[in-house]
Design a protein around this ligand. Sequence first.
Ligand SMILES: NC(=O)C1=CN([C@@H]2O[C@H](COP(=O)(O)OP(=O)(O)OC[C@H]3O[C@@H](n4cnc5c(N)ncnc54)[C@H](O)[C@@H]3O)[C@@H](O)[C@H]2O)C=CC1
Ligand SMILES: O=C(CO)COP(=O)(O)O
Length: 316
Amino acid sequence: MSEISVLGAGAFGTALAISLARDGRAVTLWARDPRDMAEARENARRLPGFTFPDTLTVTGDLEAATAAPIVLLALPLQQTAAFLEEHAALFRNQVLVCCSKGVDMATGRGPAEIIRETCPGATPAVLSGPSFAVDIAAGLPTALTLAADDPEPLQHALTTANIRLYRSTDLIGVELGGALKNVIAIACGIAIGAGLGESARAALMTRGYAEMNRFAQARGAQPETLAGLSGFGDLALTCTSEKSRNFAYGLALGRGEPGAEGVTIEGKSTAKAVSNAAKQAGIDMPIANIVVALVSGAVTVPQAVEILLSRPLKEE
Ligand SMILES: NC(=O)C1=CN([C@@H]2O[C@H](COP(=O)(O)OP(=O)(O)OC[C@H]3O[C@@H](n4cnc5c(N)ncnc54)[C@H](O)[C@@H]3O)[C@@H](O)[C@H]2O)C=CC1
Ligand SMILES: O=C(CO)COP(=O)(O)O
């Protein structure tokens, strides 16, 4: 039995499994259809070009994978609640580390609440911060935040040669930083794609950061957490790199092109979830609201600019 399993063999789950196994740990990577990966020792579909270390086992047997005491969840966030509900009997007492970034559109819940409600015997944890899957798989260095009620043992268990982990007990702050930055990254992509310029992007990042803080603090997050790797750190990465799928999607929208098909773009559903929740709670989220309107086609880019610039003038 592996000490660590990763559920979901997308780009990120595969990259984390590779990084953990490269250090010599026995790691199990669970996928719905593991056959090609097990034979090729590579995830040719989602993360081509990175050979699996010998200590990485690929399986389609969920019962065997969930026998590990530490289980990383790396499915798209919108699939996570249904997945845990369906297989709740298998999640009795493990530490469940959610590596997805988003807010559930149907219920407004983040990963920690989803885990607590669907798998009451399990211990929730959240891993988030600046980390493109290809960078992790290539062994390039980064630093991430790991949040749990008692994060220290887990911090040691999951630190790897190229992933330095900082610990936190602010689960809500860590998960919301990672979820909300995707919404701002879409807005920044649209601004660059539409030719609005780098000054507009910097303004969106800064006001977006203020908006992230307002929403997260209303849910009990600490402002220091938002200033850390999972908030500011990931915002900086995602809003400035075309490697980000959220940024690249915004870039296409801004250019008037369709976004890529079959790609996980968490910010689209998260924007809807947080925009709805913020309206109900009376929290001002102008950028999230405008991203929802732009994604649905309800407004054009020039209309969006007009709406944002004509808001009442206020203190910073
Ligand atoms: N790709 C990246 O660089 C990073 C991704 N993340 C986060 O990781 C999460 C997953 O993203 P990626 O791995 O990039 O996505 P991906 O699009 O590469 O892969 C998603 C995977 O989930 C699987 N999947 C979907 N629904 C499933 C279900 N019901 N049961 C089992 N498997 C299912 C798909 O078959 C696919 O293999 C997202 O929340 C993303 O924000 C976080 C940091 C970096
Ligand atoms: O979260 C990420 C980097 O930290 C990946 O961002 P994208 O999902 O936009 O590719």
